[in-house]
Design a protein around this ligand. Structure first.
Ligand SMILES: [Zn+2]
Length: 233
């Protein structure tokens, strides 16, 4: 009975939190979330892909991917805090987190190793890496989730992909996929997903990904799905 009450409480807290965040969309609400006593079993590591000298892909409007990744990740971090989760970010500013290297390639390798270290040193971590897609053919659009080979990753990716299709990309036939060849995803020990939020090469989707309201909606979908996933593990 106690467990059921706790679950019901958490469920309503989640819904209320998502609604509040969607309504206010303000980073100030973090203060409210942090003042609330909660039981934190997991630490959600949010990884805004690229940063600094490594901008990632360039959008059809000339903006670099790292900017979209950071904006969305900061919003997601605030929302997850509001929902009572413990979180950690691999970067909070437009910077690369390498510790050594002379060339761009060496710095990039060091940056990725640092990200792996930050994830693997975190107890009970769950990784959400945020990226944007890009393709030579501008027709393609839609979010896609890639998963690590670690326990729980595929299940979480499937839940996220289903939620994206239902809430953001109706009619999309995109499926979640194993993240083969992605260094970070191949070296983490915990459950982890990499979300390509959309295509920067598609003008309509790029405009949405830059839009604050769409970013809030995207983060609400991610936060609610991850909360649900964690409440069932
Ligand atoms: Zn990327």
């Amino acid at each position: 009975m106690k467990k059921r009450k706790t679950w019901v409480f958490f469920y309503f807290l989640t819904i209320a939190g998502v609604l509040l965040a969607a309504q206010w969309g303000s980073r100030a609400v973090t203060v409210i979330a942090e003042s609330r006593p909660i039981e934190r079993e997991h630490c959600i590591v949010i990884d805004p892909g690229h940063g600094g000298e490594d901008g990632g892909a360039t959008s059809c409007t000339g903006l670099v991917e790292s900017t979209y990744n950071l904006d969305i990740s900061l919003r997601l971090n605030d929302l997850l805090h509001l929902l009572g989760h413990d979180t950690k970010m691999t970067r909070t500013t437009d910077t690369s987190i390498y510790t050594k290297g002379e060339t761009i390639a060496q710095k990039k390798a060091s940056d990725l190793k640092e990200r792996v270290r930050l994830v693997n040193e975190t107890e009970h971590a769950l990784l959400i890496s945020i990226h944007q897609n890009n393709f030579s053919d501008s027709r393609y659009s839609g979010a896609q989730v890639f998963y690590a080979g670690t326990e729980g990753s595929e299940a979480l990716a499937k839940q996220l992909q289903t939620a994206f299709v239902a809430s953001l990309n109706p009619g999309s036939s995109r499926k979640s996929k194993k993240s083969d060849g992605i260094y970070l995803m191949e070296h983490i020990d915990c459950t982890g997903v990499l979300i390509e939020c959309g295509f920067l090469s598609n003008a309509a989707e790029e405009a949405r990904l830059r839009n604050a309201e769409y970013q809030k909606k995207l983060c609400c979908v991610i936060a609610a799905t991850v909360s649900e996933y964690l409440s069932n593990t």
